[in-house]
Design a protein. Structure first.
Length: 233
């Protein structure tokens, strides 16, 4: 997990605006909701991006986040090259890094079905909690505005919010397709009592989240052989 986290921190450190860089690094390195007493059950580094949809394995949130960051910086360049729209790189990078960061508060391990599931006692969606935490930590209003637009709940008034929204949608859709493709081939293991959600998480913990999908388009026998070793995890 550390390799992806190091990349995320590297992106945060590349932010030029000191006020944006400081708050982004602060939340990224200390992802705690300071305005609540509630504690997470799943750690930030272990969290999925979603319990049953895209990136549903351990470390999936990290993988999705770096995917959104990488896509965002490239969409920013594309938007300027094709449409002549200039977007603030600092705001794009910061919003991409932070947009989903508090999702891990929402989840708990699923001991029955494998993988993760939503917490029954949780009540604050991640898209609201990040806004509250940014405000609590004195983030610039321009950053709060962009992050608020990323999930499409607020009308788009900034090109930066639109860029990260598109990158988020792209990576979530890609992760969903890759996961469905992989799980379709892992059904052979499921018949042997080896849960696909569990083996994906075990591979992520062993080899890194970025390695989970590398065999998604390989033949079934290759996928089964690669993942079977994680059945005992």
């Amino acid at each position: 997990m550390g390799g992806i986290l190091d990349k995320l921190i590297g992106y945060a450190e590349s932010i030029s605006d000191e006020s944006i860089r400081k708050v982004t690094l602060g939340i990224l390195t200390q992802p705690t909701l300071s305005f609540l007493d509630a504690k997470p059950i799943v750690g930030f580094l272990d969290s999925p991006a979603a319990p049953r949809k895209h990136h549903s394995f351990s470390g999936g949130l990290l993988l999705h986040t770096i995917g959104v960051v990488e896509a965002s910086v490239r969409i920013r360049e594309y938007v300027e090259m094709v449409y002549g729209l200039k977007a603030d790189r600092d705001l794009v990078v910061a919003a991409a890094l932070l947009h989903d960061i508090f999702k891990f508060y929402q989840y708990r391990p699923d001991e029955i079905e494998g993988g993760y599931k939503p917490r029954e006692d949780w009540y604050l969606s991640h898209d609201y909690s990040i806004i509250g935490e940014l405000a609590r930590r004195g983030a610039p209003e321009k950053l709060i505005r962009v992050v608020a637009e990323v999930h499409g709940i607020q009308p788009f008034t900034t090109i930066e919010g639109l860029i990260v929204h598109l990158a988020d949608s792209l990576d979530a859709r890609l992760g969903d397709i890759l996961q469905q493709t992989l799980q379709g081939k892992l059904r052979a293991l499921d018949k042997e009592g080896c849960n696909p959600y569990k083996v994906m998480s075990e591979k992520a913990r062993s080899d890194g989240p970025e390695k989970v999908f590398e065999r998604a388009f390989s033949p079934v026998d290759v996928v089964v052989s690669e993942f079977k070793k994680y059945c005992g995890g």
